[in-house]
Design a protein around this ligand. Structure first.
Ligand SMILES: CCCCC/C=C\C/C=C\CCCCCCCC(=O)SCCNC(=O)CCNC(=O)[C@H](O)C(C)(C)COP(=O)(O)OP(=O)(O)OC[C@H]1O[C@@H](n2cnc3c(N)ncnc32)[C@H](O)[C@@H]1OP(=O)(O)O
Ligand SMILES: CCCCCCCC/C=C\CCCCCCCC(=O)OC[C@@H](O)COP(=O)(O)O
Length: 287
């Protein structure tokens, strides 16, 4: 087929998709989410050779390459980030970063603020998403098996040693799963065990609620603004395993309070629970 016809075909297809998306929010939602996944695949196709050529294999240095590519994604979706407190990342040495996790779109918010030398903890299933899994592996993502507490704890304990030896920050989503309910899930304690075992500070990062522009239940995915706040580090020097619960609670309450402020919603004490408890925030692929 002639290239001219191909271009015409692509233009007509894009126009059709655009009209469909405008006519039906559900179609628009699926198309936008599909486009996001396609961007992740295309970005990975670009990043994998760059990471291999420039850094030779699996290393946290690859996160810079990944970050620079992913930071461009927001323009395709009309998303704006307003970031406060970046200076709080400037701690000497390693740290545990904890943040709320609403959707697979969080990847964009993550890369918007990701400090140097920082890797994320992710579920091992992500490793099997083809080229996207490969780029995560090359970026140094630490994969855990959520179906085995013993194995997840062993991996985390190993991380406590290596992050100090290699001066790396580790980003954990303490809710342990995506949650787009407009509130927080209870925090799991792995991140806080890790911080105390390594005697490194915890840096909380809060993203405002996505529910005004992204809601899988109502098939909403439009442009929007996300407020991000990096809170001051919480020291763990001298804390022991007895302090894990207190540290977890402290982070949870500070972050949840900040979440409601950033989201322009009444403070937690004035309301109860999630506003849409059964909102599911994912794609079937990422089970
Ligand atoms: C260029 C284009 C690129 C395109 C884009 C692609 C890629 C970009 C690259 C990188 C970005 C990657 C982003 C990845 C995001 C991934 C997000 C996720 O996958 S979130 C899901 C996975 N993460 C987590 O689950 C972390 C949070 N979970 C925990 O911390 C858990 O505690 C756990 C360690 C996983 C264990 O969980 P489990 O449910 O099995 O058990 P419990 O939490 O109930 O704990 C049981 C018990 O054990 C105690 N505990 C926990 N951890 C420890 C520990 N380390 N040491 C000792 N004890 C531990 C815990 O306190 C409980 O005891 P108790 O009840 O007595 O308190
Ligand atoms: C050979 C297999 C081919 C599969 C191709 C899959 C292509 C997938 C393409 C793009 C996927 C975008 C990946 C973005 C990564 C987002 C990470 C993420 O947010 O994972 C969710 C995880 O935190 C929690 O999972 P659950 O909420 O518990 O579930």
């Amino acid at each position: 087929m002639e290239p001219g016809w191909l271009l015409w075909g692509a233009a007509v297809l894009l126009l059709l998709l655009h009209v469909l998306a405008e006519l039906s929010p559900a179609v628009g939602f699926v198309l936008r989410l599909g486009w996001y996944c396609l961007l992740c695949v295309l970005g990975s196709l670009l990043a994998v050779p760059a990471c291999l050529l420039l850094n030779g294999g699996r290393t946290v240095r690859n996160m810079r390459i990944i970050k620079n590519i992913v930071k461009a994604f927001k323009y395709f979706f009309g998303l704006k980030f307003e970031v406060k407190g970046l200076e709080n990342f400037e701690v000497e040495g390693p740290a545990i970063v904890v943040s709320n996790h609403q959707s697979i779109l969080d990847m964009m918010g993550l890369m918007e603020v990701l400090p140097d030398n920082c890797v994320q903890v992710g579920k091992k299933e992500l490793l099997y998403t083809g080229i996207v899994g490969l780029i995560m592996y090359l970026g140094g993502v630490i994969f855990i098996n959520r179906k085995s507490t013993t194995s997840a704890k062993m991996v985390m304990s190993e991380v406590a040693k290596t992050m100090v030896a290699e001066n790396v920050k580790v980003w954990v989503y303490p809710e342990g799963t995506r949650n787009c309910t407009g509130d927080f899930l209870p925090f799991k304690k792995g991140a806080f065990h890790l911080a105390i075992q390594a005697q490194v500070p915890v840096i909380p990062v809060v993203y405002s609620s996505f529910t005004s522009f992204y809601n899988p239940k109502t098939k909403l995915f439009t442009s929007g603004k996300i407020k991000v706040e990096i809170l001051p580090p919480i020291e763990t020097k001298g804390l022991t395993s007895d302090d894990v619960s207190d540290l977890t609670d402290r982070c949870y309450h500070t972050m949840r309070e900040t979440f409601f402020v950033l989201s322009g919603r009444p403070s937690p004490s004035e309301q109860w629970g999630p506003d849409q408890p059964d909102v599911w925030c994912g794609t079937a692929l990422l089970v």
